[in-house]
Ligand binder design. Structure first.
Ligand code: SAJ
Length: 406
């Protein structure tokens, strides 16, 4: 039986996927409300294909509880935020989960850490927890790192199809866990050592962060001298060896905006490109805010409450708001003691910020300038409703009308 610890964005789909493919699974989460929701037959977030997967897993006998189970295999998928001051990974949730496992697990058990951690974290923080409990890693307890790679919005497909990395002290254990993931994973699974697995995961997200920062810096250069960054990127990308990403209002989510900081925290004097890239990405919400004030001035809009932000999530067609650029922009605005911006997102049905609307028409009727922060399908489908608005399109999706860009 596999006990999946942490039933969030990664743990839940992983537990459901394993269960749907014939593995006996019990999911554990300390959040009793979350466990109650799952036990009431409801999923806890929206994701394409998740409800169907949930039904399959229920039919296959998956169970949810707040108790850690006595078993031979644990998969830990709890959050790993970063410390805002030191930039280092905050492994405390992983450490706590492993401590709880140590209370119940038998000798010979394998603990698979799925949570993203910086290179060396397992050696530095997880191994000692096991050893101070009187167990020896490699003999009494096997440690494995199997970082996930799935993208919100396409999680179910990617869980099935993406290649994976498994890091283990011992190849035999690595291959045993590879077999477990092979129950559902159709991609290639590479078995390596733990530190390499830790590093590859962080490097993948850092690669993307650096490339997004490059696009964002190009947007700033082009704004400075009134050039069309999108046309320039399109033309450059016709070069066979160039593939520039898209600028945007900032980088959100729990991965690309977080993991690269782990490397900056651990190697501060040698992470120049990464540090600068993260700083550029983090500057984008403020850059958008400045654009808003410029456009207001140009169009004689005197009240910030005639401006509305479309989109609260960190990216399109998901209900995930973690590290969202819109929330960062609103915080910045609050810090300047100038709240008032209106906000709307079709995926966020509860009230999370001031001046939030739950109906697109009502939102649009109250504003002159609409700022497209997120390219949800809804706004493509309703773009005709923007005909008489001034638009700051941070996603470059609106092709006609009175449109400004970042
Ligand atoms: N973004 C841009 N410009 C771009 C692409 C993205 O500004 O050209 C922004 C998005 O708007 C968003 C943020 O970056 O705010 C990140 O979005 P994303 O969709 O690229 O990535 P995530 O964070 O949802 O998922 C990433 C993925 N990692 C990589 O692409 C290397 C996913 O495969 C990982 O599993 C996930 O992080 C993770 O858990 O680490």
């Amino acid at each position: 039986m596999v006990n999946v610890i942490g039933l969030g964005y990664i743990g839940l789909p992983t537990a459901l996927m394993l269960a749907s493919h014939g593995v006996e699974v019990i999911g554990t989460d300390y959040n009793q409300e979350l466990v109650a929701t799952l036990n009431a037959g409801k999923t806890t977030f929206k994701e394409k294909g998740l409800d169907e997967l949930f039904q399959n897993a229920l039919a296959s006998g998956v169970k949810f509880t707040s108790e850690y189970q006595v078993t031979d295999t644990y998969i830990v998928s709890v959050p790993t935020p970063y410390d805002k001051f030191s930039k280092k990974v905050d492994a405390s949730f992983v450490i706590d989960a492993v401590k709880e496992i140590m209370r119940v697990c038998p000798k010979g058990a394998t603990i698979v850490v799925e949570s993203t951690v910086s290179p060396g974290t397992i050696d530095k923080y997880v191994r000692p927890v096991i050893e101070t409990n009187g167990f020896k890693t490699g003999e009494d307890i096997n440690l494995v790192h199997a970082p996930e790679r799935i993208i919100p919005g396409n999680m179910v497909y990617e869980l099935l199809h993406n290649n994976r990395t498994i890091g283990a002290d011992d190849k035999t254990i690595g291959n045993k866990i590879k077999n477990l993931y092979s129950s559902f994973c159709l991609g290639d699974i590479v078995v390596t050592d733990i530190r390499t697995a830790e590093m590859t995961k962080v490097v993948e997200n850092t690669f993307r962060a650096v490339n997004i920062a490059f696009a964002n810096e190009l947007a700033k250069i082009c704004r400075h001298d009134d050039m069309d960054v999108y046309e320039i990127i399109n033309i450059c990308n016709m070069h066979p060896r160039v593939n520039i990403l898209q600028p945007g209002p900032g980088v959100g989510g729990h991965c690309i905006s977080v993991d690269p900081w782990f490397l900056v925290g651990d190697y501060p004097s040698i992470t120049k490109v990464i540090n600068q890239s993260m700083t550029i990405n983090d500057s984008m919400p403020d850059f958008v805010l400045n654009r808003i004030y410029e456009i207001m001035q140009e169009n004689n809009i005197n009240d910030i409450d005639r401006v509305g932000l479309y989109g609260l999530t960190y990216k399109e067609n998901v209900d995930d708001m973690r590290e969202s650029p819109t929330l960062q922009l609103l915080e910045s605005q609050e810090r300047h003691l100038a709240p008032g911006l209106k906000v709307y997102d079709p995926f966020i049905t509860s009230d999370v910020v001031k001046n939030q609307y739950h109906d697109l028409d009502a939102f649009l009727s109250e504003i002159d300038l609409v700022v497209i922060m997120v390219k949800h399908d809804e706004i493509y489908e309703n773009s005709s409703k923007l005909a008489n608005k001034i638009i700051l399109d941070c996603q470059n999706i609106i092709k006609s009308g009175n449109v400004y860009h970042i």
